[in-house]
Ligand binder design. Structure first.
Ligand SMILES: *[C@@H]1O[C@H](CO)[C@@H](O)[C@H](O)[C@H]1NC(C)=O
Ligand SMILES: *[C@@H]1O[C@H](CO)[C@@H](O)[C@H](O)[C@H]1NC(C)=O
Length: 592
């Protein structure tokens, strides 16, 4: 018997235990591989890694890079701007960034260089932030409220050029205002969207006979009087089975109503009829302004048009933001994808030419993102000028781009890292470019930090210069200020070095390009104690002593308490270098 073949019972047990161990290890490995495959691989596949990504797009500065300020409390997005040919439109950009990677979501205005101009930190969700004209005056308008599964319950707001809230608009009836649309017409009325849960027969889509739908409703409201001028509901004109949305388990009760139509834009054409975009119908409709009858439908199962562009003018899907322009052209944002599981197709802006009497449609141009976007929700197209230059907001993807009328890329801006766009950590429902003049009612903000002063003025568009003025104590009755120097305003926040010989009290005046004073900061004081001085400040010492005593008292109390004494003894014996009441005389000099 060879010693090599003999095994003692003990060894056998060992081997058995070992093989038992192997089974466990194999099990763990298989489980891990399974978990990796089920949970990690799909996540990895969602990353959009490409060879042409910048460090910004790879997320080296974060999912949604942001900038903080000394004189201002909130963080604003940091942009990555790429320009081609004639470059970006010089006007302001309006977005309402939101998502898990946005510290301070809300309506935001940025200049063409990416500097913050104005922002408002809103607690509610903010959408559809843009500039609209009402009665000859420009207003900042947006929706704010709560969002549930892509529908909104809130109100529409209008702020004037001093950022004062002038109008709050709510739908007429027992509804919450929806987040998708707030368009002010040239007649001074508001077009708004509403989602209304009502009972409906869902048998045509395989649902219950007594089911529920979210009806797609829009209203036209007189802004001044709040009077309802027109209301339209999709269920009166379109069957439920015209939808492309899967019923899933929905439609059984009011809260889980089936969103068969999903209105996401309402506008008017030249004749005053309504142009309605329905995402779940893949269609754009023209609705008669008097009767509410559908005059024509472009796209989807009810399409009325012959497509002269091999389907490219009518095969849009899950689209947003249908807008009417001169010469019977229509622009819209064709999301093309609904979820990450949809077949490979690319989101794009579209310009479509319609021949209404002949019911013919032709694609004029398509606007593609250089990194092939798959925006599963949101997005818009704005025509910027008469030459047909176009801005595309990529919605669920934190980007906006500008194109010439025929689709040539001129400007591409990201406000989130594109490798992570699929995760939607930074999004803006729509993006716009516009002129804007703002005169805030708040004073400018300034903060002295050492030998520098930082100054900013949220929303003040006309400031070109900051003027440093010293408080003149000679004037006994009247406070007088002496002009010291002028500094060009740079970006949102201007950093100014305080001259060494400046008196202790000063302020900064905001000047426009004509030299008019638009506002002044509160009276500012040079940093008094720096370093040692403030360290030796009596108050600081009092605080320190109080803190040390109370912390020490707490620790001694804990040490003595029954039951926790042992715990502390053990902790102390392990680290005998440290005493519970450590006062290191070398660190702190006594006050002089
Ligand atoms: C919807 O259902 C009706 C009857 O149930 C049917 O006549 C019609 O063809 C259906 N429409 C579509 C688009 O499936
Ligand atoms: C208007 O549309 C027609 C086609 O319907 C086209 O021939 C014409 O060039 C367009 N005009 C302008 C100014 O775009």
């Amino acid at each position: 018997m060879s010693p090599w073949t003999w095994t003692s019972p003990y060894a056998r047990r060992q081997r058995l235990r070992l093989s038992g161990g192997h089974v466990v290890t194999a099990g763990v490995v298989i489980s891990l591989v399974y978990l990796f495959y089920v949970f990690v691989v799909p996540q990895l596949l969602r990353f959009r890694f490409r060879t042409d990504l910048s460090s910004y797009d790879l997320g080296l500065y974060g999912f949604g890079p942001s900038k903080s300020y000394v004189s201002f409390d909130y963080e604003s997005p940091v942009l990555e701007i790429a320009e081609f040919e004639s470059g970006c439109d010089p006007r302001y950009t309006l977005i309402a960034p939101r998502g898990d990677s946005i510290a301070h979501p809300g309506p935001t205005i940025l200049d063409a260089q990416g500097n913050l101009v104005w922002m408002k930190y809103n607690w509610g969700t903010t959408q559809d932030f843009k500039i609209q004209r009402y009665r000859g005056e420009d207003y900042l308008t947006y929706w704010e409220g709560g969002e549930i599964e892509g529908r909104g319950y809130g109100s529409w707001f209008m702020l004037d050029s001093s950022y004062t809230q002038r109008y709050v608009i709510n739908p007429v009836g027992n509804y919450g205002g929806d987040l998708h649309e707030f368009t002010i017409t040239t007649e001074g009325t508001a077009l708004v969207s509403v989602y209304d849960p009502i009972p409906a027969d869902l048998t045509s889509v395989g649902g219950p006979e007594l089911g529920w739908i979210f009806d797609g409703v829009f209203q036209e409201i007189d802004i001044e009087t709040g009077e309802l001028l027109f209301e339209w509901r999709a269920s009166k004109h379109y069957p439920i089975n015209g939808t492309y949305e899967n019923l899933g388990g929905r439609g059984r009760d009011r809260t889980s109503a089936f969103d068969f139509y999903h209105i996401n834009s309402v506008a008017k054409n030249d004749e005053g009829n309504y142009i309605v975009s329905a995402r779940h119908y893949h269609s754009v409709s023209c609705v008669d302004q008097n009767t509410g009858f559908v005059l024509w439908t472009l796209g989807g199962k009810m399409n009325d048009f012959v497509d002269n562009s091999d389907g490219e003018a009518t095969n849009f899907a899950w689209q947003h933001d249908a807008r009417w322009h001169n010469n019977n052209t229509l622009t819209l944002f064709n999301n093309a994808v609904h979820s990450g599981r949809d077949p490979e197709s690319e989101s794009r802006g579209l310009a479509i030419q319609l021949d209404i009497p002949e019911r013919q449609a032709k694609l004029l141009a398509a606007y593609y993102h250089p990194q092939q976007m798959r925006s599963v929700s949101q997005g818009n197209v704005q025509v910027l000028d008469d030459a047909g230059r176009v801005l595309v907001g990529w919605g669920h993807s934190a980007a906006y781009s500008e194109f010439s009328a025929n689709g040539q890329l001129l400007c591409n801006v990201h406000f989130g890292a594109s490798a992570f766009f699929t995760f939607g950590r930074v999004v803006s429902y729509r993006a716009f470019k516009s002129d804007w003049v703002g005169y805030p009612q708040t004073p400018p903000d300034a903060e002295v930090d050492g030998d520098k002063v930082f100054v900013s003025w949220n929303g003040a568009t006309e400031v070109t210069t900051w003027r440093l003025e010293v408080w003149d104590s000679d004037g006994l009755d009247e406070v007088a200020f002496g002009v010291i120097a002028q500094f060009e305003k740079t970006g949102f926040e201007t950093e100014i070095e305080i001259p060494k010989d400046l008196g202790p009290l000063f302020r900064l005046a905001a000047l426009d390009s004509m030299g008019n004073i638009l506002g002044v900061t509160d009276l500012l004081q040079k940093d008094q104690g720096t370093g040692l001085e403030s360290f030796l400040n009596v108050q600081n010492w009092m605080t320190r002593i109080a803190l040390t005593t109370s912390v020490g008292g707490l620790l001694v109390g804990l040490y003595r308490c029954i039951g926790c004494g042992k715990l502390f003894k053990r902790a102390r014996s392990r680290s005998s270098d440290y005493q519970l009441l450590a006062v290191n005389e070398n660190d702190e000099r006594p006050p002089v």
